[in-house]
Design a protein around this ligand. Structure first.
Ligand code: PMP
Length: 361
């Protein structure tokens, strides 16, 4: 088997042990004689799988009582519509922080249903920072405040959780879910697409405070209504059974790795290695993100000489370091180093970057 370190932003690397376990259980899950993909979602085997996945997630994130865990479909993008359609209630307007590509898409979609008050934006400096909270122009009557805790494309991460101020907090945590400790009780709703830190794409995981359910517009399609999914424990229709199974294995793996706390310190170390390499390169590599806001999940950087970028990627590939190309809207390079990326992969990349700089500097 080719040994590579995969720095893709998502779908992204999964823990090797999880894939190996899924492989060993592929044809016969726990003596059932069935593959998980073949099971009835209402049979006792799958009920055990989804129950365990939920319990493990609750444990990992210390989810307080009064929150529903939902396993839905349509990816995180579906939430750009579902959030306003379900949470607006009788309010006219929502607050959204604009820190980059994914915030912009959340804003664009919410504008189809209500007024959007962009409370703050860092577009003036190409999304290099998170505007200081004291400067935000918040509306006390907003239905909620939405922000993107980690901008996957820009490589920008919130180092703080905004204050509630009587308005429920909604967070798109797609690319840093389970990567650092979070006090769930501060949030009205957290959602995360699965394909970074959870499992296969298509699945989206939600934690929603129960008092926010039941506010959906009356004409909302049934499948878009949180209350319907909450009442049915994510089983209103056939859920994404195999992705939920893999997510459950990832949650068990995380518990063995010291939980979210253990991950957080490893993630800090991994990101530290790469940013240190960039800084020590004397301008050969650069990152445009202000220091306090540099993402620990997606390290975005450029080469001093853009003409070298193609050869950087080709050489990296020869060294088994793959999927380092930045997103087309920002260009340059991006190393995504989610929970499942081992420190050895990051060390290999750092050392390759040093060698490449030495040879081409
Ligand atoms: N939000 C963020 C922060 C993301 O990184 C992504 C996907 N990269 C999305 C939303 C959209 O997710 P999906 O493709 O699952 O709809």
């Amino acid at each position: 088997m080719a040994k590579v370190y995969n720095f893709s932003a998502g779908p992204a690397v999964l823990p090797h042990d999880v894939l190996a376990q899924a492989q060993s259980e592929m044809l016969d899950w726990h003596g059932s004689g069935m593959c998980v993909m073949e099971m009835s979602h209402r049979g006792k085997e799958f009920m055990e799988i989804i129950h365990d996945a939920e319990q493990d997630l609750r444990e990992l994130m210390h989810v307080p009582a009064g929150y529903k865990v939902l396993f839905l479909q349509g990816g995180a993008s579906m939430q750009f519509s579902m959030v306003p359609l379900n949470l607006l209630g009788d309010k006219q307007s929502v607050d959204i922080v604009n820190t980059g590509h994914w915030s912009k898409l959340a804003i664009k979609e919410a504008r189809r249903y209500c007024n959007v008050n962009v409370v703050a934006s860092s577009e003036d400096r190409n999304f290099a920072y998170v505007p200081a909270e004291e400067t935000w122009q918040r509306d006390p009557n907003a239905a909620y405040l939405h922000y993107t805790s980690n901008e996957t494309i820009g490589g920008l991460q919130f180092p703080f959780v905004p204050s509630e101020q009587g308005v429920p907090l909604v967070c798109d945590m797609s690319s840093d879910f389970l990567s650092r400790e979070v006090d769930v009780s501060k949030f009205g709703l957290i959602y995360a697409g699965a394909q970074k830190n959870i499992g296969p794409s298509g699945l989206v995981v939600l934690l929603v405070r129960e008092d926010l359910l039941g506010r959906a517009r009356a004409d909302l399609p049934t499948m878009l209504n949180y209350q319907v999914h909450a009442d049915a424990d994510s089983m209103y229709n056939t859920p994404a059974t195999y992705p939920i199974y893999i997510a459950g294995l990832v949650f068990k793996w995380l518990k063995q790795q010291g939980g979210v706390k253990g991950m957080a310190s490893r993630n800090a170390e991994k990101a530290g290695l790469l940013y240190h390499t960039i800084q020590a390169s004397e301008g050969f590599y650069t990152t445009h993100i202000d220091e306090p806001f540099r993402s620990r999940m997606n390290v975005v950087f450029r080469l001093k000489d853009e003409a070298l970028e193609e050869s950087f990627m080709m050489e990296a590939r020869k060294n088994g370091l793959i999927q380092l190309k930045g997103h087309r809207v920002v260009g340059g390079m991006r190393a995504s180093i989610y929970n499942a990326m081992p420190i050895e992969g990051v060390k290999a990349l750092a050392s390759f970057m040093q060698d490449f700089a030495r040879q081409n500097g």
